[in-house]
Design a protein around this ligand. Structure first.
Ligand SMILES: *[C@@H]1O[C@H](CO)[C@@H](O)[C@H](O)[C@H]1NC(C)=O
Ligand SMILES: *[C@@H]1O[C@H](CO)[C@@H](O)[C@H](O)[C@H]1NC(C)=O
Ligand SMILES: *[C@@H]1O[C@H](CO)[C@@H](O)[C@H](O)[C@H]1NC(C)=O
Ligand SMILES: *[C@@H]1O[C@H](CO)[C@@H](O)[C@H](O)[C@H]1NC(C)=O
Ligand SMILES: *[C@@H]1O[C@H](CO)[C@@H](O)[C@H](O)[C@H]1NC(C)=O
Length: 496
């Protein structure tokens, strides 16, 4: 390579590094995929101690949860003494964590887990333990010294905005800065920063600048009403989720309270497909096989942990309601999204009775009419043949779910009526055979010989559901818009 070329290559790499940092400060290598593990809150609230934590780690292994991918063990609120020590540091509860946090995290990490802890952006945590307001650097250091690799940061006892004048963005920012500074100072991996921000001030619009996950809603409860409320709110903000930044739908309630088997499956599927972190939080000493079978469904977990596609499923049709209806009791019922292996579809029966659920392929952006798709049922673990144009799931239980993976399997079979290129339809209808109602339309229309199935004006052959090569870097993505500008085009071709 000529000298000038080398020079511009070096300059390019330098600029890439700087720009990538500016445009996406927190793509710092942690939290690329949603984290899977255990959190103590829903199962135990404040009733936690070191023996429990060790027992949880042991059972995560023996129950197969660790092997299924759940490799985090996270403490929630109530691990500390009520007051800081003389130096001003948070100290662990001297009775319940008498061996010391450092010792506890070492023992859990020795078994292969990562460990996470909890803190609060205000004066006190939600249960009244010391919060980190104006102690962010000090507390980040304590958590780091204890060995923790993730911090869930809550929103209780925050001073009024009229006093501190920094809004929610400003309340969470100092801890984000503290985590990054500490990692730089110590040359260690930054802690994952999980903002427990309850959806306040549209956290999904800005939290990716500070951390890797953000709570989009109020606390979850172990009943269908709560699950359905959370799904409804999240159905409108699915675009916020991608690699390194996740809408957090809250800790799982599988195994708890009033949720029945079908409701628990729906809960788990929605959380996984919306790319939420998945934290088990139920009593593992008596967890049922049914709950375990839900939590360890490898085909569902694989979508959550897709290494190629980081985006969430989104509704393409509301079903029970008109599209775009905000209804906590009847959220959107027909969802789809991309995955590395094809198009993911989630059907959610929000009604109190079983029903058949049908979708037309033209309704989803990731499916095409004129193609044939193989259908994989991710709960039955069966291949359910192929389908073209539409699919119906019969007898979806009340509050139940159907999770499908559709893979392109070539052009649709001959002879499906009405033909997509029926001349009467194409001259009359913009959408031809996909016009609503036309699928049940005129029979016996035989298209003229020259008009049969060789329409080349549409690119039928590009598979959909296949990610673009560069789904990951927002930096490259924004740069690509300017790639015809000379200087930036150099950068684009060097970096991307
Ligand atoms: C933790 O404490 C126990 C009991 O005091 C001790 O036996 C063990 O060696 C310690 N483990 C680590 C990793 O420090
Ligand atoms: C859903 O959003 C509405 C409107 O912002 C809010 O009032 C409600 O508390 C949210 N629900 C949950 C479960 O967070
Ligand atoms: C497990 O035991 C706890 C504590 O006794 C109890 O509250 C819970 O209902 C039990 N769960 C199951 C699934 O039996
Ligand atoms: C895609 O298929 C491969 C091979 O069967 C499998 O290992 C992987 O987990 C699948 N990925 C997703 C996201 O389903
Ligand atoms: C797929 O086939 C299995 C096995 O016959 C069946 O149990 C399941 O309900 C089918 N799934 C759908 C969505 O029709």
């Amino acid at each position: 390579m000529a000298k000038a070329g080398c020079y511009s290559l070096h300059l390019g790499i330098l600029l890439c590094t700087l720009l990538a940092r500016l445009s996406y400060a927190l793509n710092n290598g942690v939290g690329r995929l949603p984290y899977l593990g255990y959190n103590t809150w829903n199962a135990y609230h404040c009733d936690i101690d070191e023996e429990l934590m060790l027992d949880i780690a042991k059972r995560m292994k023996s129950l197969g949860l660790y092997d299924a991918g759940y490799n985090w063990v996270n403490l929630d609120d109530c691990y500390a003494e009520k007051s800081r020590n003389a130096e001003g540091n948070i100290v662990e509860d001297q009775t319940r964590f008498k061996g010391g946090m450092k010792n506890l995290t070492s023992q859990i990490k020795e078994q292969g887990f990562h460990v996470g802890i909890y803190g609060d952006s205000g004066w006190y945590t939600c249960a009244g333990y010391p919060g980190s307001f104006r102690n962010e650097k000090r507390d980040a250091r304590t958590f780091h010294d204890w060995g923790f690799e993730l911090l869930k940061f809550d929103t209780c006892a925050v001073p009024y905005d009229s006093v501190i004048q920094q809004n929610n963005y400003g309340k969470f920012k100092p801890m984000s800065d503290a985590i990054i500074e500490l990692a730089e100072e110590t040359g260690t991996t930054p802690m994952i920063y999980s903002l427990c921000s309850w959806g306040w001030q549209q956290v999904w619009l800005w939290a990716h600048e500070q951390g890797q996950a953000w709570r989009t809603t109020q606390d979850i409860e172990p009943n269908w009403k709560s699950i359905s409320y959370i799904i409804n709110n999240n159905s409108f903000i699915t675009q916020a989720a991608d690699f390194y930044g996740h809408n957090d739908l809250d800790i799982l309630e599988v195994g708890n309270g009033e949720l029945d088997f079908e409701e628990s499956k729906s809960h788990f599927t929605a959380w996984a497909f919306m790319k939420s972190p998945l934290l088990v939080s139920t009593d593992l000493t008596n967890i049922t096989d049914a709950s375990l079978s839900i939590l360890t469904n490898q085909e569902i977990i694989a979508i959550n942990q897709d290494d190629v596609v980081g985006t969430s499923i989104s509704p393409f049709k509301w079903g029970y309601n008109q599209d775009w209806t905000w209804d906590p009791e009847h959220p959107a019922e027909y969802w789809s999204g991309r995955s590395q292996n094809g198009t993911v579809v989630m059907l959610l029966n929000t009604e109190d009775k079983p029903k058949a659920m049908t979708f037309q392929f033209h309704e989803s952006p990731w499916l095409r009419v004129g193609r044939k798709y193989s259908i994989r049922d991710l709960w039955a673990h069966t291949d359910n043949g192929t389908a073209s144009r539409a699919f119906t799931a019969e007898g979806v239980p009340r509050h139940g779910v159907v999770a499908l993976l559709l893979k392109d399997a070539g052009p649709e079979d001959e002879g499906i009526a009405p033909p997509c290129n029926d001349p009467r339809l194409t001259t009359t209808w913009w959408w031809g055979c996909t016009q609503p109602g036309v699928n049940d339309g005129p029979d016996g229309a035989t298209p003229p010989e020259h008009n049969k199935g060789d329409d080349t004006t549409h690119d039928h052959k590009t598979p959909v559901g296949t990610p673009a090569a560069n789904t990951e870097s927002p930096f490259c993505h924004s740069l690509s818009a300017y790639r015809y500008h000379f200087a930036l085009s150099m950068l684009y071709y060097i970096c991307c």
